[in-house]
Unconditional design. Structure first.
Length: 71
């Protein structure tokens, strides 16, 4: 299995690390969900620090992609 790593940069300077399986269909991938989300929506992601994180879209400044890793 291969994972795409992400860094979710939040208002206030916090950065949340997350990863998702590359085999996920494009419409369910984090970046596509973020692009289509409204400011009042909440995005859920798996995280290295927590098993699941729920983030209000209005608190996300931007999302950067990282490495693709083999899990």
């Amino acid at each position: 299995m291969y994972l795409q790593e992400f860094k979710i940069h939040l208002i206030g300077g916090h950065v949340l690390k997350a990863a998702e399986e590359i085999a996920i269909p494009a419409e369910h991938r984090l970046l596509n969900r973020f692009k289509k989300a409204k400011p009042e929506d909440i995005v859920s992601v798996g995280s290295e620090e927590t098993s699941q994180a729920y983030i209000p879209v209005r608190n996300i400044l931007y999302i950067s992609t990282g490495d693709v890793i083999r899990w």
